[in-house]
Design a protein around this ligand. Structure first.
Ligand SMILES: Nc1ncnc2c1ncn2[C@@H]1O[C@H](COP(=O)(O)OP(=O)(O)OP(=O)(O)O)[C@@H](O)[C@H]1O
Ligand SMILES: [Mg+2]
Length: 441
């Protein structure tokens, strides 16, 4: 079990860390809140021992941010002796316990051991849940890599909480899929899942789309209309491409989320809405917030919990299973895939991520003639690996020539007369080139 000790006083830090190490725990230390957050982000920490009074970021704030990064962390706050109210507040912020200064080491050990016991039980429960529902996810998807297993496990955990979740990832990585998964795993699964594409709504219709309007509120408002917030009542509201929302519209969204109340355009009355916010972006919202291109307060409001979906090229282990998944979805008859074709599929870089892979397979199953998908059936961009396509021009041209000749031969069942004809070269030249490149059936 990894324990992080955070204290600005070096002596106290050494003492606590030394004691816990001596008891056989893995211990890391941090001397301020910033350093602590970095450690929590980057490494597996189960328990945090946090000094409440530190210069810079206060203990409350550090605790709140730690819980936002990893709600499973057990935090023990170390508070000043006899300080009234702090203990209650830190427990509300998510600490599991607190200790007063000066720290009674035997009491500390006792609390750590209690947490350890509880964690073991939790872990057993978690494993059982994961094994049971691995095949029984409410949404059909494929996730073999460790990284995606982690994403699903996160989705499962955040689904239970009421907090907003920001899902980050490149285009086509499956952000919407994960948003739907969170909704279906949440206590609101019976309620509606309503999507708002922030990039697609015209600016002047934004308020009416989100909050609805009364009859006659503006020219063209012929009838009363409910907005997405109202439609999502009792369920989840998915703010897709939230990074595209124009700055001047952001305060309106922030207010509605913060207050949980909206008013239809043209109406005096506001009403309460009970919704859970899920949002997605392929942009670096944090960076945008730092340069003033996205409101920081809205960013923090949306990003209470965060799930990042890695690009497909960083989890190639997922590719074979995804290929099978999409083949079984799109092929009307059984198709197989040759090892060479699978090899190319696994090696490709997929700038469009899972969506691109899905489109490739859709195309391939409709175009391929035989029951086996071979390299020639794959689109050209998959057949030229980056090494071959980044060399000097002559090399690249030769590579393309080789591919075209091989394709032509494959397509014409290795009948050289027909392949040569298709390529617009003589049979003699074709034979010469086949020998040059070592092309054989
Ligand atoms: N793990 C997966 N298993 C099966 N299908 C997947 C998986 N991930 C993504 N897909 C499929 O890939 C396509 C793209 O996914 P999705 O629309 O969720 O991506 P996105 O991140 O929202 O993309 P964009 O940024 O372009 O909006 C969808 O058809 C989705 O069903
Ligand atoms: Mg999307």
């Amino acid at each position: 079990m990894n324990i992080l000790v955070v204290d600005d006083e070096q002596e106290q830090l050494d003492m606590l860390a030394g004691f816990l190490k001596h008891q056989g725990y893995e211990v890391v230390t941090a001397c301020d809140g910033q350093a602590a957050l970095r450690i929590v982000k980057d490494s597996p920490v189960s328990v945090v021992l946090l000094d409440h009074r530190m210069p810079g970021m206060t203990g409350d704030e550090v605790l709140e941010r730690i819980m936002a990064i990893n709600p499973l962390i057990k935090a023990i706050m170390i508070t000043a002796y006899g300080e009234v109210g702090t203990a209650v507040r830190v427990m509300q912020l998510g600490a599991v316990d607190f200790l007063e200064k000066p720290v009674d080491l035997s009491l500390l050990l006792q609390k750590i051991q209690e947490i350890e016991g509880a964690l073991e039980v939790e872990q057993d429960v978690q494993e059982v849940v994961e094994q049971v529902s691995e095949s029984g996810l409410p949404i059909r998807m494929s996730a073999k890599s460790r990284a995606m297993q982690e994403v699903i496990s996160m989705a499962r955990r955040v689904a239970q909480s009421p907090w907003p979740v920001l899902i980050r990832g490149e285009t086509g990585t499956g952000k919407e899929l994960i948003a739907r998964l969170i909704h279906s795993l949440s206590p609101r699964s019976q309620g509606p899942f309503i999507e708002v594409n922030c990039a697609a709504i015209p600016e002047n219709l934004f308020e009416s789309e989100l909050f609805g309007h009364e009859k006659g509120a503006f020219t063209g408002a012929i009838n009363q209309r409910k907005g997405r917030f109202e439609l999502a009542n009792g369920g989840s509201l998915f703010l897709d491409e939230v990074g595209e929302l124009p700055l001047f519209l952001q305060p309106k969204l922030l207010r509605a989320i913060q207050e949980g109340r909206i008013a239809r355009v043209g109406s005096e009355k506001d009403m309460a809405v009970d919704i859970r916010i899920l949002s997605a972006t392929n942009r670096n919202l944090k960076g945008m917030a730092a340069d003033g291109r996205f409101r920081e307060d809205l960013y923090y409001r949306l990003n209470v919990l965060e799930i990042e979906i890695p690009p497909l090229r960083e989890r190639r282990e997922d590719i074979p299973a995804l290929v099978e998944f999409f083949l079984s979805r799109y092929a009307s008859r059984p198709v197989q895939i040759s090892p060479e074709a699978m090899d190319l599929l696994v090696k490709y870089s997929y700038p469009g991520n899972v969506r691109e892979l899905e489109h490739v397979l859709q195309r391939v199953v409709t175009m391929s003639r035989g029951g086996v998908i071979r390299p020639v059936d794959l689109p050209a961009e998959l057949r030229s690996t980056s090494a071959e396509m980044n060399g000097p021009l002559v090399q690249r041209l030769e590579f393309m020539e080789l591919q075209m000749i091989r394709d032509a031969l494959e397509r014409h069942d290795w009948v050289q007369t027909r392949a040569a004809e298709a390529l617009g070269i003589s049979e003699r030249v074709l034979r010469y080139k086949m020998a040059k490149y070592g092309i054989k059936k």
